[in-house]
Design a protein around this ligand. Structure first.
Ligand SMILES: Cc1cc2nc3c(=O)[nH]c(=O)nc-3n(C[C@H](O)[C@H](O)[C@H](O)COP(=O)(O)O)c2cc1C
Length: 352
């Protein structure tokens, strides 16, 4: 077999292929991580919506069927005080009326950032890899994760964020271009969308760490292109959404492989995330000042979303997807991963 020319990511992670199956909270889980690991990639478990005990259960389930580098992924947003939601609820009032559902009341369930309890669990589980989105946890928690021996990956959306992460001891940078599906992982000041080609070139020139290209990579030419730009590996999300291992509902899958548009929206969570345009976004516009800060804006939407989804409608659902969603075909995650790597390697080595 021809070897990958850039081995930095492979040596760092122990993976056979320079591919990270992206963690996709709500859309991927144990089965997809197993399939990716079995194919030789880094398999990821999105943990942002899980309790520490649920993380332990899922890791055990993965370990029953697959060895290899497992990545546990966490969010590092700052959870501020609950914002004033009056303007947001007023904006949603016509939607509650049209759907015939009541606005939610009572204590919401919120996405929690990586905290001490989760850190205890990481110390107990000792995953090969931990990845962070929206920056890093505070320094004592970061030091504890590092001390477990886990390789640490983190998303950056501008070169300055990559430099910030490198200075704090991250082992590899996930260069998340604006093409990427899901939440933009920006964490310095504000969201400044940069395309993947400029981002990868800028980071490779500036930071002496392996760069993992993420955003809009859905086939071998895309992967070969990213590696040619200087990335050591790729992280792929959307292309895994139409696999049997995906947790995406039928209404989400139905948009993959079509020319349906993806845009950044803050309506569904309170932070810019790229996904298919839904009814709510079409009616209100995708970015609104009234949407409460992440993760609060999802609370008022929950009853609308549940009501529509029970009907098979994604009118209020976050159907995250990247800009290459049109290229996605239904196929098993294992086969996709293997074929992608084989064809990309042939393209970059000229070995057809
Ligand atoms: C449905 C979906 C959910 C996602 N959830 C997460 C997540 O939980 N954690 C994370 O770090 N990134 C998440 N992402 C972003 C991916 O890590 C990655 O940046 C992105 O998928 C790459 O672009 P692509 O979707 O065009 O391949 C998600 C992406 C999608 C499409």
């Amino acid at each position: 077999v021809t070897a990958w020319p850039d081995r930095r990511f492979l040596e760092l992670t122990g993976a056979r292929l320079p591919i990270v199956q992206a963690p996709m909270a709500g859309s991927s889980g144990v089965r997809m991580a197993i399939a990716a690991l079995q194919a030789g990639a880094v398999g990821s478990l999105p943990c942002a919506l899980l309790s520490p005990d649920q993380v332990a259960t899922q890791v055990a389930e993965v370990r029953r069927d697959a060895a290899g580098p497992l990545n546990l992924n966490f969010f590092c947003h700052e959870l501020g005080v609950a914002p004033d939601e009056r303007a947001w609820r007023a904006l949603l009032a016509p939607f509650y009326a049209a759907e015939g559902v009541a606005a939610p009341s009572g204590a919401p369930v919120l996405r929690l950032p990586f905290d001490a309890a989760m850190c205890d669990m990481v110390e107990a589980l000792r995953p090969e890899i931990v990845s962070f989105h929206f920056g890093l946890p505070e320094s004592t928690l970061f030091a504890r994760v590092k001390a477990t021996g886990a390789r640490i990956l983190a998303s950056a959306t501008i070169v300055a964020e990559a430099r910030w992460l490198a200075e704090r001891g991250v082992d590899a940078i996930i260069a998340q271009g604006f093409e990427a599906g899901g939440h933009a992982g920006w964490f310095l000041d504000r969201h400044r969308p940069v395309g993947l080609a400029s981002l990868v070139r800028g980071m490779v020139a500036t930071v002496d760490l392996p760069v993992i290209a993420a955003g809009g990579i859905a086939d071998a030419k895309g992967m070969a292109g990213a590696l040619t730009l200087g990335a050591s590996a790729v992280q792929i999300g959307t292309a895994y959404l139409n696999t049997p291992e995906s947790l995406a509902p039928p209404a989400h899958r139905a948009l993959l492989g079509t020319d349906a548009e993806t845009v950044f929206t803050n309506l569904l969570s309170g932070r810019a995330a790229r996904g298919f345009v839904n009814h709510l976004m079409a009616e209100l516009g995708a970015m609104r000042a009234e949407a409460p800060v992440f993760p609060y804006s999802s609370i008022a939407l929950a009853p609308l979303r549940a009501h529509a989804e029970a009907d098979g409608r994604g009118d209020y659902s976050p159907f995250w997807a990247g800009q290459s969603a049109a290229l996605v075909r239904p196929q098993p995650a294992h086969d996709f991963t293997e074929r992608l790597a084989r064809d990309a390697l042939a393209l970059i080595t000229g070995d057809f």
